[in-house]
Design a protein around this ligand. Structure first.
Ligand SMILES: Nc1ncnc2c1ncn2[C@@H]1O[C@H](COP(=O)(O)OP(=O)(O)O)[C@@H](O)[C@H]1O
Ligand SMILES: [Mg+2]
Length: 250
């Protein structure tokens, strides 16, 4: 298995002196091609800080992040956007779609920026939309569709260019339980059938239970991990909830 992501002793501190916050405090993690990893933790445990260092949105205080062997901390600033566009796919809690673009245009945006031919973009957007069950809303604007459909649109945007790694920060945080389940089933399907490599951070046990491996973050440190193995989603959710209770989280 190809090692996609290597997080080495990562630290992200905010402030200094008496107001120093160790948001990420020495996290190491290897992610291989085809992994579907959840990072669970209460609010404030450092999930977003960790993800932002992986996604090059923020730079770490210490440690290193390698993506397919490349140290992302050494990529020139002006090349970062292109690096992200080529290698990463993002799904955020608040969808982060562009309101002035249709669903179709949102999904295809990175391919257009990367100067792919119109025809090719069109075909790819259509196949992705079909896969996600949003073919019928392609001509609509984000404000004309439901939250669940918006997140599936964001998911389409994230996978359109076959990224090496899909990163999701609380992807179900703004969704009702039905839409949450549909989204996580979609990610599960992408992982199983397209071998997509996915890293999801969430404070929600049900969301995490769709992953194959779940790590628990507390005060910026990984303190436990569990594997789904042969367990079904419900069984795994219960196991995760037990650990959350132990953690004293939310
Ligand atoms: N820009 C920032 N400046 C100062 N402190 C921050 C900043 N971002 C996050 N923090 C602090 O770092 C800790 C981890 O936050 P965060 O990574 O957002 O956690 P989570 O995503 O798990 O809720 C929290 O104590 C938070 O208050
Ligand atoms: Mg967060």
């Amino acid at each position: 298995m190809e090692k996609i992501l290597e997080i080495i002793d990562l630290e992200k501190y905010y402030g200094s002196g008496t107001v120093l916050t160790k948001a990420v405090d020495g996290v190491s993690l290897d992610v291989y091609s085809g992994d579907f990893i959840g990072i669970m933790g209460a609010s404030g445990s450092g999930k977003t800080s960790l993800l932002n260092c992986v996604s090059t949105i923020d730079s770490p205080t210490g440690g290193k992040v390698l993506l397919k062997g490349e140290d992302i901390g050494r990529i020139e600033n002006k090349k970062l956007a292109e690096f992200r566009r080529k290698n990463l796919g993002f799904i955020f809690q608040e969808f982060n779609l562009l309101d002035t673009l249709t669903v179709e245009e949102n999904i295809g945006l990175s391919m257009v920026i990367n100067r792919n031919e119109k025809e090719k973009v069109h075909d790819r957007v259509n196949s992705v939309a079909e896969r996600l069950g949003i073919s019928d809303v392609l001509k609509k604007f984000p404000y004309e569709i439901s939250g669940g459909q918006r997140q599936r649109c964001a998911c389409g945007r994230a996978i359109i260019h076959n990224p090496s790694l899909i990163l999701a920060d609380e992807p179900t945080g703004a969704l009702d339980s039905h839409s949450s389940r549909k989204l996580m089933e979609t990610l599960e399907d992408l992982n199983r059938n397209d071998s997509s490599t996915i890293l999801v951070v969430t404070h929600d046990a049900k969301t995490a239970s769709y992953c194959k491996r779940v790590l628990f973050l507390k005060d910026g440190e990984i303190f436990n991990e569990v594997f789904r193995g042969d367990k079904n989603q419900m069984e795994f959710q219960l196991e995760i909830m037990d650990i959350v209770a132990l953690l004293g989280g939310d």
